[in-house]
Design a protein around this ligand. Structure first.
Ligand SMILES: [Mg+2]
Length: 230
């Protein structure tokens, strides 16, 4: 049995709906501007700089400006400023067809992906969200995020699974059975080092040799499913 882990942004909804992450990005730049002062342009530069040095804007804000992460997410997740992905019944069907538990593994706070999944209509296919807060605000690609994910899986899956007769309820001893779908190569790398199966979901980059599978869009999971599942 596989355990399916999905990144949310630009993975569960794809490159064709980039305006979704753009709406959030705009709010993030506004938050940076509100925090550091100055104009929108310089806030955007600081953002890019934080992203490079700390992995995420939030990590930079926490380290350099003492930002409270919940305050950051409360501001950027204000629904009235945001755009969400389109309803996607074909994705619901695809996800529901996967054998094994399915979780979201996201560097956002859970309310962002939950709202998006509600818009897409795929929430019934997802067993839970492992979010940045559960990683103690230190997200992918930090090694600790993947360690915490594994520990969480080992705890949460047997509990849920106990109610489903006939299911194999212990977590896979073989880490190859943890399958991570991600648009970010940087976030896939630690998963690869841990022995997870890696699926790059991104139409815009070349996959290095260590990537197990490369698909342009989530829906293409259908094409590789027999091989990934075996
Ligand atoms: Mg992503």
């Amino acid at each position: 049995m596989k355990v399916w882990l999905f990144d949310y942004d630009l993975t569960l909804y794809g490159d064709e709906e980039r305006y979704v992450i753009n709406s959030l990005d705009h709010r993030i730049s506004l938050f940076v501007q509100k925090t550091v002062g100055g104009d929108f342009e310089s806030a955007h530069r600081i953002r890019t700089d934080y992203l490079e040095k700390f992995g995420t804007t939030l990590a930079g804000l926490m380290a350099m400006n003492g930002t409270d992460p919940d305050e950051f997410f409360d501001f950027i997740h204000e629904p009235e400023y945001l755009t969400y992905p389109k309803n996607a019944p074909e994705k619901l069907a695809l996800l529901q067809g996967l054998q094994g538990p399915r979780y979201v593994f996201t560097n956002g706070r859970h309310d962002w992906s939950e709202a998006g999944m509600a818009h897409m209509g795929i929430a019934p296919a997802i067993d839970g969200v492992f979010d940045l807060k559960m990683m103690d605000w230190v997200g992918k690609p930090h090694e600790s995020a993947y360690e915490k994910m594994e520990r969480w899986l080992a705890r949460v899956w047997p509990e849920r699974c106990g109610a489903m007769p006939g299911w194999e309820c212990s977590m896979p001893a073989n880490k190859r059975d943890i399958v991570l779908l991600e648009d970010s190569l940087r976030n896939l790398e630690p998963a690869h080092r841990r022995g997870w199966t890696t699926v790059l979901v991104n139409p815009n980059v070349e996959a290095p040799a260590w990537v197990d599978f490369h698909i342009p869009h989530l829906m293409n999971l259908r094409d590789i499913l027999p091989v990934v599942s075996s």
